[in-house]
Write a protein that binds this ligand. Structure first.
Ligand code: ARG
Length: 459
């Protein structure tokens, strides 16, 4: 702080002041800081710690400061260190000495914990909504392309045919787990820390339950030292965000692959693609690439905070001010990623024909042929060998499996009969008719369940 006060005889070194200030980023806490302070002032009055009149003056002052900030009329001063001191100083400036009573029975340590928790709760709610919207977009795309078959891959080699809808619903599942994780992390975020003071509690008769109710928390913290030291909720959000971004990066990668000339399964809407400054023919999947790319930053924020918190002695340490930039960045990145990605998914066009051709290329029905032999009594391992030989033979002849004659089939196993020709892409898909399988009936069911989940979340 630049002004001389309390035990200090000189102002902070200019560079030191600049180094320690958090106002360039923590100004974002202002709505939560003000809401927390209003609730605190009310509580102080209710408990007879300050008068009702004083609480009113403070509350009105805080409300007008909020307005000043919202109208861009508030001047944040870096020399006042952080958002908490900026608001308090302005309050005193506006309402006079009585403003100085607001910080009774409180410390910036429990205050910043409160502000961050309020912000985190709101971020989680927004995240859950955006997750649901992306799930909705996946459902719509799946429904609009119900009959479309694509090659399913393992090792990025064509493996077995699957319904595109089935593949898309895999992402629905991932996002569902992400939702569960964020909802779960909300429980530990929803804890009211005020009343912890600097670290040991406060010497006034505060009503912490009242504060929790006023501020919409379902619980109060149970240990003052933990309450001012704990940033688990920030780490949990960042960890959940990292997992979620990892999921999105996989979908982004598939979209990039699928929109390449080599796969050519989809076409991105022009609103979600960009041209090249030099190569006129290009339509680049930049949005998807940035989803993939931003995942790195989100992981980085998680690692940074885990490292900051590592081996920190209890209770509050100034190191913890470093929690904010990464947290805000992760929230902004995740929310914008979910939103832009939903738009991209909703508008992309599936090239059914090309996907169908890709499915017919390769020997994607080999497993089905092996299964056919097994059903005729061949042990699976031998059947696997027989079909392996058959595939290698067909490749040499430059034929697809369906182009082989029955005589050729029979050279590999006498168990082969006319029915091999009824093994088709459609029969292959329809045969995988167990829960979680790609048979149209199963996918239809999965879609219905997915729609119900999204509907319930909306309701
Ligand atoms: N700006 C600080 C932070 O973000 C607020 C808490 C400061 N507490 C303190 N005792 N200096 O962590």
């Amino acid at each position: 702080m630049s002004h001389i006060h309390g035990r200090f005889h000189k102002a902070a070194d200019k560079l030191a002041a600049e180094y320690t200030t958090s106002i360039p980023f923590d100004w974002r806490l202002y709505p939560y800081d003000i809401a927390g302070s209003i609730a605190h002032a009310k509580m102080l009055a209710k408990q007879g710690i300050i008068s009702t009149k004083e609480a009113e003056i403070i509350t009105e002052g805080l409300a007008s400061i909020r307005e000043e900030i919202e109208r861009g009329k508030f001047q944040f001063k870096p020399e006042l260190e952080d958002v908490h001191m900026n608001i308090e100083a302005r309050l005193i400036e506006k309402v006079g000495e009585v403003g100085g009573k607001l910080h009774t029975a409180r410390s910036r340590n429990d205050q910043v914990a409160l502000d961050l928790r309020l912000l985190a709760k709101e971020a989680i709610s927004k995240t859950l909504i955006k997750l649901r919207e992306l799930q909705q977009a996946l459902i719509s795309l799946a429904e609009a392309n119900k009959g479309v078959v694509i090659p399913g891959y393992t090792h990025l080699q064509p493996a077995q045919p699957v319904l595109l809808a089935h593949h898309l619903l895999a992402y629905f599942e991932m996002l569902q787990r992400d939702s569960d994780r964020f909802s779960n992390c909300l429980q530990r975020t929803d804890v009211m820390p005020l009343g912890s003071g600097a670290l040991a509690g406060v010497t006034y008769n505060v009503d912490r339950e009242f504060l929790a109710r006023e501020l919409g928390f379902s619980q109060i913290s149970q240990n003052s030292i933990d309450a001012v030291s704990d940033r688990d909720f920030v780490i949990e959000y960042e960890a959940s965000a990292s997992l979620c971004m990892m999921h999105l990066s996989r979908l982004a990668e598939e979209i990039i692959l699928w929109s390449s000339a080599e796969f050519n399964f989809i076409e991105l809407d022009e609103a979600y693609a960009t041209g090249s400054s030099i190569m006129p023919q290009k339509k680049n999947p930049d949005v998807a690439e940035l989803v993939r790319g931003k995942t790195g930053r989100v992981y980085g924020n998680l690692m940074a905070l885990l490292t900051t918190m590592k081996a920190l002695p209890l209770s509050y340490n100034r190191d913890m001010q470093e929690d904010k930039e990464g947290f805000f960045d992760t929230i902004d990145t995740l929310l914008s990623t979910l939103e832009v990605f939903a738009g991209l998914v909703k508008t992309l066009r599936v090239k059914t024909e090309n996907a169908g051709q890709a499915v017919r290329r390769g020997y994607i029905l080999a497993t089905d042929l092996a299964d056919y032999l097994v059903k005729k009594g061949e042990p699976f391992r031998t059947a696997h060998n027989i079909v392996g030989g058959l595939v290698s033979y067909a490749m040499e002849k430059g034929k697809s499996l369906s182009e082989l004659s029955l005589t050729e089939y029979k050279e590999f196993s006498p168990l082969f009969g006319e029915e091999v020709y009824s093994i088709t892409i459609e029969s292959s898909i329809a045969a995988r008719d167990n829960t979680g399988g790609t048979a149209p009936k199963q996918v239809e069911r999965a879609l219905a369940i997915a729609k119900k989940i999204v509907r319930e979340k909306t309701g």
